[in-house]
Ligand binder design. Structure first.
Ligand code: ARG
Length: 592
C-alpha cells in the first residue's frame, strides 16, 4: 500500500514543523509516536459503549435466569405455585393453560378490518403470541409463542445462521403499548427434515432463555390437538411486520389480515408441484390483494375455535409465496397440525437428552472442574456411562469441555466480527490516512513515557466478557437439604458465583455505561509482521480510567481490523480494574 510512505512523509513534515519533545527519542533507535485522531477515537468510543451495553445485557440475562430458577424451585418446595413453572425453564410443557385467548377489544378490531394489501394495522397487544426473531438486533422473521419458553417459526429463517448466541426474540408488546421484552435464544431446533430447496417441513422450534412471565403481555397460542384442520373456506388470521407489497418496505407497525383456507386441490392448481399438500397449506384470495409477504415468515396463521371462550389455534406458519398478493397466487403456510408429535416430543424432552447449548455453557462459565463435576450441563455426554469414574466418564468430560471451548471460540469470533462490521460501517471501507494525518502532533505528556504503563499484553480470553475471572474456592456441593428443598443450595451458589463473575459490569449504572477512548498512541518503530504497531491506550468508563498496551493498524484495513482487539482489551482492562478495587487478589497496575 502506497499510503504508508505518504503517511510517514506527512508525519515527518509535521514533526519538523513542531519542536520535537526529548521524550520522543528512546534509547534504542528513534521511535516516533503517533496519536489516533479524534474521529477514530470517537468511533472506538461508540463501539466500546455498544460492547459494554451488550456485556451488561448478557450478564443480566445470565443472572436473571438463575434467579428465576430459584424462585420457581422455592415455589415448588413450599407447595404453592405450580410445579409447571420450574419445568418451563428446561423441560417445557407445551401449551400451558390458558392459550389462544385474545383481549376482547383486540378481537373486535380485527374483525372490523376486511380487505388489505399486505395488512391493516393491528392494535397494540392484539396478537400476544406473535414475536419477532432478531439476528444481531435486526428483525428478520416472525414467530409464534406456543409455550412459556417455546417459539415456533419457519426453519428457513435460520438459513446459514443457526448460532443461538446471535438471535434474540422480541416478545409482544402490551395492550397499552407496554414495552416489548427482548429475550435471548437458548436453542434453535429446525425440523430435521427441512429442505431449503423445496421448503418442505419449513418449521423450527426456538427455546427461549427465560420463559415468559404469566403476568406479562406475551401469552401462548393454542396448538392443534389433532391432525384435523378447519374446513376449506374458514376465515383465519395472519399477522406480521413484513413487506407491504413485494419488494416493498417493511411495515413499521404490526399488520394483520383475514384470509380463507383454500383446498389442497386449489392450492396445487394455483402453485403447481412446489406445493406439497402433505406439509403445506395455502390461504388467501385467488383475486389477489391480501396476503403475507417477505418478513412475515415464521408468523402465525390462526383460526378461531368457537366455544364459550373462543381460542385462537395455530394451523399454519408463514412459509413462502409466489410474489405477494398476486392474483391466482395464495400464500403458503407450513401445516402445524401434522407436526403435532414432533412438537410435543421436542418441547417435553428432558434436558440431559440434548447437548447443552452454547448459551448455557457460556453463561454459567465455572472453572473446568466445576463444569464437569457439579453441574448438570455435562450430563448429556455421560448418559451412556455406567458410573461417574472410568474411561467413559473421562471421555464424556472431555467432550463437554471441548464443546464449551468451541462455544467460546464461536462467541468470540462473532463478537469480534460484529464489532468489526460496526467499525467498518462507521469508518467506511477505507478509513483513510487523511483522517489520521491531523493526529501527527506530539504525543501528550500522559502517554509519552511508555515505561510508566503496563507493557504486559492483556491476553484475550475467548468467550463471554466475564470469562477469565477467578472463581472462589467453594466447599463441596451442599444439596440444599438443610432448607428442605433439594437443589436450592446449589442454585444459590450458582447465583452468587454468577453475580461475582459479572459484578464488574453489573454494578455500573446504565447511565455510566459509556466508554471513551481518550488517547491511542502508536509507536511507529514497532511495526509487526502483520503490519500492526504497538500502542498505548488510555480509556475511561464512567469515572474509571485504564491504560493498557495493544496493537493498532495505521492503514485503513489494518486499523479497522485492530479495533475489535482494542475494544476487547478495553473491556478486559475495566474488568481487571474493578476486580483490583474489590480485593487484594485483583490485578493491580495500569489503573488510574
Ligand atoms: N418467505 C417469506 C419470508 O421469508 C414469506 C413469504 C410469504 N409470501 C406470500 N406471498 N405469502 O418472509
Amino acid at each position: 500500500m502506497a499510503l504508508l510512505p505518504h503517511l510517514l512523509v506527512t508525519m515527518l513534515l509535521a514533526l519538523l514543523l513542531s519542536p520535537l519533545s526529548p521524550h520522543l527519542w528512546a534509547a534504542q533507535g528513534h521511535p516516533l509516536y503517533m496519536r489516533l485522531p479524534p474521529g477514530t477515537l470517537q468511533v472506538l468510543s461508540a463501539q466500546g459503549t455498544q460492547a459494554l451495553q451488550a456485556a451488561q445485557r448478557n450478564a443480566q440475562w445470565a443472572v436473571k435466569r438463575v434467579a428465576m430458577e430459584i424462585q420457581h424451585r422455592l415455589q415448588e418446595c413450599q407447595g404453592h405455585g405450580r410445579p409447571r413453572l420450574h419445568a418451563r425453564l428446561s423441560q417445557d410443557q407445551p401449551e400451558p393453560e390458558p392459550c389462544g385467548e385474545r383481549r376482547p377489544s383486540a378481537a373486535n378490531v380485527t374483525r372490523a378490518h376486511g380487505r388489505i394489501v399486505g395488512g391493516s394495522a393491528a392494535p397494540p397487544g392484539a396478537w400476544p403470541w406473535l414475536v419477532r426473531l432478531q439476528l444481531g438486533g435486526q428483525p428478520l422473521c416472525g414467530g409464534v409463542l406456543v409455550a412459556a419458553s417455546w417459539v415456533l417459526t419457519a426453519a428457513h429463517c435460520f438459513a446459514g445462521v443457526q448460532n443461538e448466541l446471535l438471535w434474540t426474540v422480541m416478545l409482544a408488546e402490551g395492550p397499552r403499548g407496554e414495552q416489548a421484552e427482548e429475550v435471548p435464544v437458548n436453542r434453535i431446533l429446525p425440523h430435521p427434515k427441512f429442505d431449503p430447496q423445496t421448503f418442505h417441513n419449513d418449521l423450527a422450534l426456538v427455546q427461549l432463555w427465560t420463559p415468559v412471565t404469566p403476568a406479562g403481555p406475551a401469552r401462548p397460542v393454542c396448538l392443534p390437538q389433532e391432525p384435523r384442520e378447519p374446513p376449506t373456506g374458514t376465515a383465519c388470521s395472519i399477522a406480521g411486520w413484513g413487506a407491504l407489497f413485494e419488494d416493498g418496505p417493511e411495515a413499521e407497525a404490526l399488520r394483520e389480515a383475514r384470509v380463507p383456507l383454500l383446498s389442497p386441490d386449489t392450492c396445487r392448481r394455483a402453485l403447481g408441484q412446489a406445493l406439497r399438500p402433505s406439509t403445506m397449506l395455502c390461504a388467501g384470495y385467488l383475486a389477489g390483494g391480501i396476503d403475507s409477504c417477505q418478513g412475515d415468515s415464521g408468523g402465525p396463521l390462526t383460526c378461531s375455535e368457537p366455544g364459550p371462550r373462543p381460542k385462537e389455534v395455530l394451523f399454519g406458519v408463514t412459509s413462502w409465496g409466489d410474489g405477494c398478493g398476486e392474483p391466482g397466487k395464495p400464500g403458503v403456510y407450513t401445516r402445524v397440525a401434522v407436526f403435532k408429535d414432533w412438537l410435543q416430543e421436542q418441547m417435553s424432552a428432558v434436558p440431559s437428552s440434548r447437548e447443552p447449548s452454547c448459551r448455557e455453557l457460556l453463561s454459567w462459565d465455572p472453572p473446568e472442574e466445576q463444569l464437569t463435576d457439579t453441574t448438570q450441563l455435562c450430563a448429556f455426554y455421560a448418559r451412556r456411562c455406567a458410573g461417574s469414574e472410568g474411561a467413559c466418564a473421562r471421555l464424556a468430560r472431555q467432550q463437554c469441555l471441548q464443546r464449551r471451548r468451541r462455544c467460546e471460540l464461536r462467541s468470540m469470533a462473532h463478537t469480534l466480527l460484529d464489532l468489526l462490521r460496526g467499525a467498518q460501517e462507521v469508518l467506511g471501507p477505507r478509513p483513510g490516512l487523511r483522517r489520521l494525518a491531523p493526529a501527527l502532533t506530539k504525543p501528550t505528556a500522559s502517554l509519552r513515557e511508555p515505561a510508566r504503563y503496563p507493557a504486559r499484553e492483556q491476553r484475550l480470553h475467548a468467550g463471554s466478557w466475564a470469562a477469565g475471572t477467578r472463581f472462589p474456592k467453594r466447599r463441596p456441593e451442599q444439596r440444599g437439604e438443610a432448607s428442605g428443598c433439594p437443589g436450592l443450595e446449589s442454585l444459590r451458589q450458582k447465583l452468587a458465583t454468577l453475580q461475582g463473575t459479572h459484578a464488574w459490569i453489573l454494578q455500573v449504572p446504565s447511565e455510566h455505561l459509556v466508554m471513551s477512548f481518550h488517547e491511542v498512541l502508536a509507536d511507529l518503530s514497532s511495526k509487526t509482521l502483520s503490519g500492526l504497531f504497538r500502542a498505548w491506550v488510555r480509556a475511561g468508563l464512567g469515572g474509571r480510567h485504564v491504560v493498557f498496551s495493544s496493537l493498532v493498524g495505521l492503514e485503513p484495513a489494518t486499523l479497522a481490523h485492530s479495533l475489535p482487539r482494542l475494544l476487547a482489551q478495553a473491556l478486559k482492562a475495566f474488568q481487571a480494574a474493578v476486580l483490583a478495587d474489590r480485593g487484594p487478589e485483583g490485578a493491580p497496575g495500569g489503573v488510574g
